[in-house]
Design a protein around this ligand. Structure first.
Ligand code: CIZ
Ligand code: SF4
Length: 322
């Protein structure tokens, strides 16, 4: 405990000395989110992380999240140094959507508008017409559908199916998934609901369709936090990464938050309700990103040409969101 407090104090000083700000995702561990808050940084979803970093006056951004978040921050803030606690922190959606295969898929359907989720590499974003996050995906696809566009959607098949069902849009799906959300199980969720009949079920749409079908509210991380805050229920069963409980509990003090059931237990399932890559953003790694003399393990670079191409669909989303 004392060691952790000392590490936090050192990080706080390093952030000040280096004109750096810590930007953390809702899925990082609670102590990392608390540290971001205490140091004037931000805790949010990937879209807001990138916006916050872009608009903050600091010279250096420490992005506690996964690789695509560091890349998006760098794309929006090329003049800033973007460091990550570890560049090894990635995402199953990013891994499952390699640029060569995805690009060939797009080439095979040239009449389609390419819409990709933010959870992708800079190269995949550069191949896309639109980038979306889960908080704005529905509206953007609705808009494209109203213009009669056919859509290629990648990489999350569950989020894609949910959006197709809600909007009726014509969508060709890339078959990726999030190893965390894919583990939520509808049968066990129904059983848990019987034990908590008054609880509202909150589900992130990266979860399987039969789990989404049981939801009282479906939405992005920010939207689920809002739901816990505004709905009258006193209890919530939450199907997303348990890292979100930190901010959700702040937003809904006194309410009871229960983890939705997953396929395994801690012994058999490394990704049950907590992303193993988000978990790599510990205090030690954050300190290392600020002290390493060789920054190759921490600094995010995006090729200039790729950046220019990725910025177009990213800015389309940001302008649409205004
Ligand atoms: O599942 C993720 O990694 C999410 C929700 C990312 C985001 O957009 O904040
Ligand atoms: Fe990717 Fe899922 Fe982890 Fe989010 S929670 S970073 S979608 S693997």
């Amino acid at each position: 405990h004392a060691e952790k407090a000392a590490a936090k104090a050192r990080i706080k000083q390093l952030l000040i000395d280096q004109d750096a700000v810590l930007v953390a995702h809702y899925y990082t561990d609670p102590e990392i989110q608390a540290l971001a808050e205490e140091t004037g940084g931000c805790v949010s979803d990937s879209l807001e992380m990138a916006r916050f970093g872009r608009d903050h006056p600091a010279k250096k951004l420490i992005v506690a999240g996964v690789k695509f978040m560091g890349e998006t921050s760098k794309i929006l803030s090329p003049e800033k140094t973007v460091l990550m606690p570890t560049l090894e922190a990635t995402c199953s959606l990013d891994i499952g959507c390699p640029i060569d295969k995805f690009s060939a898929f797009c080439d095979a359907h040239p009449e389609h508008t390419v819409v990709v989720y933010a959870n992708t590499s800079a190269a995949v974003k550069a191949r896309a017409d639109w980038v979306v996050t889960s908080s704005i995906a529905l509206e953007i696809v609705e808009h494209l559908d109203s213009e009669g566009k056919k859509i290629i959607w990648g990489p999350d098949r569950h989020l894609g199916s949910y959006i197709a069902k809600e909007t009726g849009a014509d969508m060709l799906m890339w078959q990726g998934d999030c190893i965390v959300h894919d583990e939520f199980k509808s049968k066990a969720l129904k059983e848990l609901k019987i034990q908590h009949p008054d609880a509202a079920i909150l589900v992130h749409p990266e979860s399987p369709a039969n789990v989404v079908a049981l939801a009282d509210a479906v939405g992005s991380t920010s939207q689920l936090i809002k739901a816990a805050q505004t709905m009258d229920n006193q209890e919530f069963i939450v199907a997303t990464d348990r890292g979100i409980f930190y901010k959700m509990q702040q937003a809904a003090p006194g309410k009871t938050l229960i983890e939705a059931p997953t396929g395994g237990n801690g012994a058999t399932c490394k990704s049950c309700a907590h992303c193993p890559w988000m978990a790599m953003n510990g205090l030690q790694a954050i300190e290392a990103s600020l002290t390493a003399t060789n920054k190759t393990e921490h600094e995010v670079f995006v090729d200039d040409a790729l950046r220019d191409d990725a910025l177009v669909p990213l800015n389309r989303m940001l302008n649409f969101a205004k």
